[in-house]
Design a protein. Structure first.
Length: 478
């Protein structure tokens, strides 16, 4: 187990961006999820159940860390309409620490921990189903190579909540999230809206010092160099979502952070097929954040971040930084697709042709998204397997011939993984809507968490097979 390394640096930020928060006092708590691999990695794996509950349900401060929780201030564009009434309304920054493996700063933030100054009449609570869904999403996205926050802890808090988007009264929970930053695009928006250029510069310096120290010195304006890095990270994230078949659902500027990390999971969905118009949120009536529009939505959000930074940097330099987004996205998409298919990238025109062939096939054939990647993992080495499976009827015709031609020059990156029990099984692991509902039903009806716990273990086994997850990084395995 690694050593716990507290790093409570948020109070050093010379900008008015947080307020003291009081944790809710819950009538009873029951531990439902504990991320022991990540707890061990950050030096908290030795906590017994009582101390775990004391810190992550009652929110007693961690040793030598933030003395009190901080609700963070920010604004945001919600479905492209600016909202200056935002902030942490049901969560707070609880602690900060260093990752002993790579040295990066980590935040422990909450969701459902009670009301704050920014609750706007809300109850400050999280439904148990919401916490359950976030735990599943973060585990699978990590396994699929998406840069995501981690669900660190989930407690049921035994209150009855009224919600209008799920059957009520419903059960309550409090979640702790482990992420690399809680500085959102909307954090910059707030300071720009307040015309506080001094604080905007202080926030820029803070972000560069803690997350992008390699750009502290260099040509041009620091805010433009920062925007270049954020564009690169955000482009990579958008590509990872596409390759994972993930639809965030609510890509508002307050739901994007400056480290390019996926977080703040609400009405997300995993796509059933390659339909670019697939929408996750029932209230996204225009399809603004549909599966195939996510890369454009991320760029729009980056453009709004550039507007905020234009108070302290020349617009021309910021516009130049934005110009790199498209190429960064396409490069990340090519890398990510090869990795998702278990292939060694070849670069250049061949990787582009592969992306185009896969995209065309998934667009025009209603094959199950996960089934396609399961059948095609390792390239042509799996062709006979695919032709004997339930999706075989889709593996024919000109589009499939084009796909085979694009796959022909590629070799499996690690061919021994083709013999793994997962790839010899009957079906891929999936978290489409129906799968999640099937996992929730025994919890809802009988308080039976066995299917959920089993699925978490299945996801972690897949992560280990693919060379991902906290333990893989800790041991240096590939």
């Amino acid at each position: 187990m690694s050593a716990y390394t507290p790093a409570p640096v948020w109070p050093t930020l010379d900008a008015p961006l947080s307020d003291r928060a009081e944790p809710a006092r819950f009538p009873q708590v029951t531990q439902r999820f504990r991320n022991q691999p990540w707890a061990a990695r950050v030096g908290l794996g030795g906590l017994d159940d009582a101390d775990w509950a004391r810190h992550f349900a009652a929110f007693a401060p961690l040793p030598d860390n933030l003395p009190e929780p901080l609700a963070l201030r920010y604004h945001g564009h919600q479905f492209r309409f600016y909202n200056p009434q935002l902030g942490d309304g049901r969560g707070f920054l609880f602690a900060q620490l260093r990752d002993p493996v790579d040295g990066r700063l980590l935040d422990l933030g909450t969701k459902g921990s009670g009301t704050t100054l920014w609750s706007r009449g809300g109850d400050g609570r999280l439904t148990l189903k919401g916490g359950f869904r976030e735990a599943l999403a973060t585990e699978l996205l990590e396994a699929l190579g998406v840069n995501t926050s981690k669900t660190f802890s989930l407690f049921e808090t035994h209150e009855s909540l009224i919600r209008y988007d799920e059957p009520s009264p419903t059960r309550s929970s409090v979640l702790v999230r482990l992420s690399h930053s809680h500085v959102r695009f909307g954090t910059f928006h707030r300071l720009a809206w307040e015309q506080d250029d001094r604080a905007l510069r202080a926030l820029t310096d803070y972000v560069v010092a803690l997350y992008y120290p390699e750009i502290a010195q260099g040509p041009g304006e620091l805010p433009a160099r920062l925007l270049t890095r954020v564009c690169e990270r955000s482009a990579a994230l958008a590509a990872q979502w596409m390759v994972a078949g993930f639809v965030h659902g609510v890509l508002n500027t307050d739901n994007m952070n400056i480290t390019g990390e996926s977080f703040d999971y609400g009405p997300y969905r995993f796509v059933p097929n390659g339909d670019p118009g697939f929408v996750a949120a029932y209230f996204d009536n225009t399809g603004l954040y549909a599966y195939g529009r996510q890369a454009g939505a991320v760029l729009w959000n980056l453009q709004r971040l550039a507007e905020a930074l234009s108070r302290i940097a020349p617009k021309a330099a910021l516009e130049a930084a934005l110009e790199g987004y498209g190429d960064a996205f396409l490069a990340a998409l090519r890398r990510g697709l090869c990795e998702r298919l278990g292939l060694t990238p070849l670069g250049g025109a061949r990787d582009r042709a592969l992306v185009e062939a896969v995209s065309a096939f998934l667009l025009h054939r209603p094959v199950d998204f996960e089934r396609f990647f399961f059948d095609t993992w390792g390239g042509l080495a799996r062709r006979s397997f695919a032709l004997q499976g339930p999706a075989a009827r889709w593996y024919e015709g000109p589009l499939y011939d084009r796909l085979l031609a694009a796959l022909e020059p590629y070799a499996p990156a690690r061919p021994e993984r083709l013999d793994a029990s997962y790839f010899q099984g009957d079906a891929p692991l999936s978290l489409v809507y129906e799968e999640i509902e099937a996992l929730w039903s025994p919890i809802d009806q009988h308080d039976d968490w066995s299917a959920f716990n089993h699925r978490i273990q299945e996801i972690r086994a897949l992560a280990a097979l693919l060379g991902r997850g906290s333990q893989v990084h800790q041991t240096g395995a590939q």
